[in-house]
Design a protein around this ligand. Structure first.
Ligand code: ATP
Length: 274
């Protein structure tokens, strides 16, 4: 487990568990690993490790998984704050939760704080009309934003605390968060292209027996608008169909999703020896 003292336990994710996204992976590794590996060169050149990285892109395309890979490979402790969960507790607690998370991150450095769905934490849709971002209003969300900004500015580079956030709606992110020394790297995580879809199919069929006529190239080609999450589902449903076929004696079932339709093309060989 990745838990070191305080933090969230993350199931380990290797870079090779993520299909495609080569340049995203390289950017992230450089941002996270280089400051540690080439510490002296960094300081000689007057460079600083990034304080914050913002990942944006459509849902289901492995933003969360990338952050877990960073945590796994850097050996940092991992603290996670979910936007939706932050406001579900009673008012007043949200700022405290943010402050305590940063406090714990400093104590357990090297560490990563992950803000999932950050637009729901500090997104514009949360601000009352006309209030603006820096209007000094006192809505919970405005107080949470200023708490975030204060805490981010307070994290010294040497403290070894990296802040990573993910969003589907980068347009909603308050610009104050994008200033240097805050989220200074903004990385787009695109949906998978053909080659990435092929790799993702490989990853999710690694451990299941496939029938001989399964053509993963063809499946990658016919799943143009599928996300990584969709492709993972295709493989899961193919396995379920194999299970049902075995139990019911035939493949009869009601199709209830496009993943099932695609999964049908991919019979899993349930007869092969374990
Ligand atoms: P959301 O914005 O909905 O939180 P996300 O971009 O954070 O989505 P994840 O939660 O990381 O996406 O991915 C959803 C699921 O799809 C995960 O189980 C993940 O492993 C899988 N997945 C997505 N993209 C890929 C990929 N490129 N390679 C392997 N698995 C992927």
């Amino acid at each position: 487990s990745l838990q070191r003292g305080y933090g969230v336990v993350v199931e380990p994710v290797q870079w090779s568990d993520i299909g495609g996204l080569e340049s995203v992976k390289t950017q992230l590794r450089q941002a996270v690993e280089w400051p540690v590996l080439y510490k002296d060169t960094f300081s000689r050149l007057g460079l600083k490790a990034p304080r914050g990285i913002l990942l944006y892109g459509p849902p289901g395309c492995s933003k969360t998984t990338l952050v877990k890979a960073i945590a796994t490979n850097s050996g940092a402790s991992f603290l996670s704050v979910n936007g939706a969960a932050l406001y579900s507790s009673y008012v007043g607690d949200s700022e405290k939760t943010i402050r305590e998370t940063f406090h714990q991150a400093r104590l357990s450095a090297p560490s990563i704080i992950f803000f999932d769905e950050i637009d729901t934490i500090v997104g514009k849709r949360n601000f009352s009309a006309g209030g603006g971002g820096d209007g000094g209003g006192d809505s919970v969300q405005e107080r949470v934003l200023s708490t975030m900004l204060n805490e981010m500015d307070g994290v010294e580079n040497a403290a070894g605390v990296l802040i990573v956030a993910a969003t589907n709606r980068v347009d909603l992110i308050d610009k104050a968060l994008l200033r240097p020394g805050r989220f200074d790297r903004v990385v787009y995580v695109p949906p998978p292209d053909l080659q990435a879809r092929r790799q993702i199919m490989d990853i999710y069929t690694r451990d299941i027996p496939l029938a001989r006529d399964v053509d993963l190239d063809a499946i990658a080609q016919t799943t143009e608008l599928y996300t990584g999450a969709d492709l993972q589902n295709v493989c899961r449903e193919a396995a379920l169909i194999a299970l049902r076929t075995r139990i019911l004696g035939n493949g009869s079932f009601t199709k209830n999703s496009t993943s099932e339709a695609a999964a049908e093309q991919m019979p899993v060989d349930d007869a092969s020896p374990p």
